[in-house]
Design a protein around this ligand. Sequence first.
Ligand SMILES: *Cc1c(COP(=O)(O)O)cnc(C)c1O
Length: 380
Amino acid sequence: MPSPNTPKFPDDLYGGRLTIDPDAIAANWTYLNGKLSGAAECAAAIKADAYGTGQDIAGKAMFDAGCRTFFIAVPTEALALRETLPEAVIYALDGLFPGTAEHFIAHDIRPVLGSLAELEEWASVCKAAGRSLDAAVHVDTGIHRLGLSPDEFSVALKDKGLLGPFTPSLIMSHLACGSTPDHQMNRRQLDLFRKVTDPFAAIPRSLANSAGVLMGADYHFDLVRPGIALYGGQAIETEPNPMRPVAKVEARIMIVRDVPAGDTIGYGARQTAKRPLRNAVVAAGYADGLLRRASSTDERPGGFGMIGGHKAPILGRISMDMITLDVTDIPDHLVRRGAYVEMLGPNVAAADLAAYAETIDYEYLTSLGRRYRRIYGPLD
Ligand SMILES: *Cc1c(COP(=O)(O)O)cnc(C)c1O
């Protein structure tokens, strides 16, 4: 097997490179784990290919750092993670798809049961097996996506006729507004979660995502499920981000050219040069996960790249395979054909770009392109 750092093609033929630092992921897990009191366990949300960073490598890095419980979304991700981490506890957040229990059991995957129908199906499988098979039960405290309603939950968990031998290995709920800690929804969900789960306090409980971990001990219960913060993202919008950056995208400069004042740049001619400009065109675009919504127009500035400590604003529309940057005020020796521009990374926070693109850094990370030369190692 080639190591993940062996490129398929010669290095110089790639338009850009994506560096991911497994040590930073491990350090971020250790940091969040350190926020917990001794009793609570720090798990990891590793869905969507570990938020784009690579499920295998991220999973191994966190397992080696001490993480033992992982949450993925769909069952296929769980089966793949089981091959990587034979000893980990793995939960599938999307729950039990109809008629698939045998696969969960065969691969020792725990569904997060999110409806009465799923709970009934799992309970009947437990009855047939004559034992409790591990699974979590999700109670909805206000986000109204997955989860039994509080009433369904309270009734169902007391109903031995329904559950048979089944006892949940975890009870969980999910915060809707963690990214804004002052939002009253957080307190409301916390209170409701306590109220409905207190009668079953012998079963381990989990409420917190990354933001919940950072919001303090009230939210920690027995297990926390951070995701975005592990991958360097900004869990709480209103505070500086304490996490180490994990990913860096660099795109290669193809050409550097002059644009006369009054001419327009890019598709749609939406941006006009207000003065004579020097532009660099780099070989990565929206097909590489650099979201088109961060394009620039005369009315609204777009995102930026960084070259040797200098900011290079995006000019015009982001294309599929290229982006035009304003390098007018950047020293010539830094802006050479073939040089790399940082488009996301330690100096270009995904959360900053996300503000230009009217999205969140989660979308930048999970969109990281497949066309880059992928490198696992330190970012600098
Ligand atoms: C994605 C997810 C998490 C992790 O959330 P972050 O905001 O990325 O920390 C935790 N719990 C559930 C149910 C999720 O879907």
